[in-house]
Design a protein around this ligand. Structure first.
Ligand SMILES: Cc1cc2nc3c(=O)[nH]c(=O)nc-3n(C[C@H](O)[C@H](O)[C@H](O)COP(=O)(O)O)c2cc1C
Length: 284
């Protein structure tokens, strides 16, 4: 599935790939009211990835329900809405407004965004706050609930344990790693903000390590994300314990990479006589 924030609302890529072939679609982070995001520039390419400071620009949950969900309801592919907020109440309100909306198959809680000034990352950095925001959202919705974890912590497994105890049906990791880039001529940040979030191939080993650690700690499905560009990358995550994977930055350089990954996994399985992907999960 696409990683949140790299595939719009799922409706923008229709001419480039058959979105129905994906396992699911994950939307850009959605908040209670529309957000403008941060000042430009918001993207800086690094040696092996991208720094972004988009900052959760989105149309707000009401517009999502009114203008996006009706189209999703006509698709076979499930659409998971990624949600964010400044407060626990805001997260819960957004989740409640998505509950029972035709076309919305699940919610993914972003408690891990490094690009907002309040909330976001703060909720994901302590087991206590991560657990409180998860429980508040769990109380408002019967939809499948994925909690997306931050790598910007000391012990990701303890955060995973906390959100699973609070009612998460699955966890997804990792979000971006905090990073910076400096323009030495102007002596300022390359981004409109002092720092941003690093994604892409550079973060894959970190993501893989954390997915492996969490998959050995919790007993809910783990969705692996971070630097996946090829079928081989995706298979590494599955062998490390991921049940599914998300692809973000790779779509920026090759819009069809997700479908190439789907096909590449199938041909790997055929070559190795693997009938069910479950035979590969967690084999490491
Ligand atoms: C431009 C951009 C915007 C993003 N926006 C969101 C977002 O709104 N919510 C979220 O949970 N993650 C967001 N992310 C993080 C990605 O979903 C993903 O966790 C991260 O980029 C690592 O995966 P990748 O290396 O495959 O890109 C964003 C990433 C990028 C590059």
């Amino acid at each position: 599935m696409p990683a949140s924030g790299t595939f719009g609302y799922g409706t923008e890529y229709g001419e480039l790939l058959d979105v129905q072939r994906l396992g699911a679609i994950v939307t850009k982070g959605v908040t209670r009211r529309p957000w403008d995001g941060n000042t430009q520039p918001r993207i800086w390419e690094t040696a092996a990835g991208v720094l972004n400071s988009v900052g959760l620009e989105n149309i707000g949950v009401e517009a999502v329900v009114r203008h996006k969900a009706p189209l999703w309801a006509t698709w076979d592919v499930p659409v998971i809405v990624n949600i964010a907020g400044h407060s626990i109440e805001e997260y819960a309100e957004v989740a409640a407004m998505l509950d029972t909306v035709p076309g919305v198959a699940g919610v993914e809680l972003n408690i891990s965004c490094p690009n907002v000034s309040r909330g976001g990352l703060e909720f994901g950095t302590s087991p206590d706050s991560a657990s409180r925001v998860t429980a508040a959202v769990r109380a408002t919705t019967g939809l499948p609930l994925i909690v997306k974890l931050s790598p910007n912590v000391t012990d990701v497994a303890s955060i995973a344990t906390a959100v699973v105890s609070a009612g998460a049906d699955a966890v997804c990791l990792i979000n971006t790693l905090r990073g910076m880039a400096v323009d030495i001529e102007t002596r300022t940040s390359r981004l409109g903000t002092p720092s941003g979030g690093l994604s892409g191939p550079a973060i894959k080993p970190v993501a893989l390590y954390m997915v492996h650690a969490v998959a050995h700690t919790v007993d809910v499905p783990v969705i692996g994300c971070g630097g996946i560009s090829t079928a081989e990358d995706a298979l590494e995550f599955i062998m490390a314990g991921a049940t599914a994977v998300q692809v973000g930055t790779a779509t920026f350089t090759n819009a069809r990479s997700m479908l190439e990954i789907v096909d590449g996994i199938a041909s790997f399985m055929e070559r190795h006589g693997v009938a069910d992907i479950g035979e590969l999960r967690g084999v490491l």
